[in-house]
Design a protein around this ligand. Sequence first.
Ligand code: HMG
Ligand code: MG
Length: 316
Amino acid sequence: MNAMEVGLPATVPAEGLPARVRVHEVGARDGLQNEKAVVPAQVKAEFIRRLAGTGLTTIEATSFVHPKWVPQLADAEELFPAVADLPVDLPVLVPNERGLERALALGARRVAVFASATESFAKANLNRTVDESLAMFEPVVARAKDAGGLHVRGYLSMCFGDPWEGDVPVGQVVRVCRALLDMGCDELSLGDTIGVATPGHVSALLTALDGAGVPVERLGVHFHDTYGQALSNTLTALRHGVRTVDASAGGLGGCPFAKSATGNLATEDLVWMLRGLGIDTGIDLGRLVATSVWMAAHLGRPSPSRTVRALSHQES
Ligand code: HMG
Ligand code: MG
């Protein structure tokens, strides 16, 4: 039986690409934070368990944010202990010291703060200016390091465009990236929150960050797939040396505070491309598709991922 028959592309490597990519799975957080219906904590826990069974090694579990701001993740205290035994990294979002305390109380080892390159989104998402939010994160990062050297990710949203402000100058993005690294973040994730990036733009930003002394080894990319550009943008980022790619099983996702944000790059679509290029992710595509089909049944609608649809013959 050839690869196509079992649902895998032929492997044909291309030049200038890495041997391995780490997938940072965000479906349980970025995906489920945007669902109208609140998914029960036991279903979320089962989703994360199934994701861990696919070979994913980093699965963002939830957010310790204000429950009124994101009611979909208000069950973080119930969910996190239900998955904490899994042998995978389980980062969680913490916007402030209150969030960090909640995460530390449950033994979280990896946290993420989330900044914005634009004032409008900082206000909508964090009720702060960009600089006020950076000031809010500073003690969070310092305490996370003091509390036993937690790994800290710094997200940066609206890197390629903003629904209120339009174009986002590259210099604005570089400034906030530098601030996040200077305060002690271990890695950054460059967010295309509303999915407007195109490959030349990705290239321009990564070149500017390189020029500003930001090491590419510390960068991840986080593309939402609103206009179907997420895979092309990812390939461009890989050619620039990026080795960490955020994606969401089944293409779940969005952001409740940014109109026009749709789902993230689907993990299945990413794995299909990487597999075809001979790039190792350690992920079992068949198990991943089965997990997304299972989750789609819980959510009552089919996955938007092209790969999930092709491999599962899902009703659309
Ligand atoms: P605020 O209203 O300014 O909060 O919200 P505050 O600091 O004034 O505090 C008000 C009350 O909230 C206080 O309680 C605090 O204790 C409580 P009171 O004294 O009045 O009884 N409080 C909390 N309670 C529980 N957990 C907490 C917490 N913090 C304060 N952590 C705040 C500010 C940051 C809290 C709010 O804006 C918030 O929770 N925002 C979260 C928004 C969010 O989660 N957005 C989605 C994630 S970002 C994203 O999706 C983008 C990304 O995917 C990348 C991309 O795509 O670009 C990452
Ligand atoms: Mg996102």
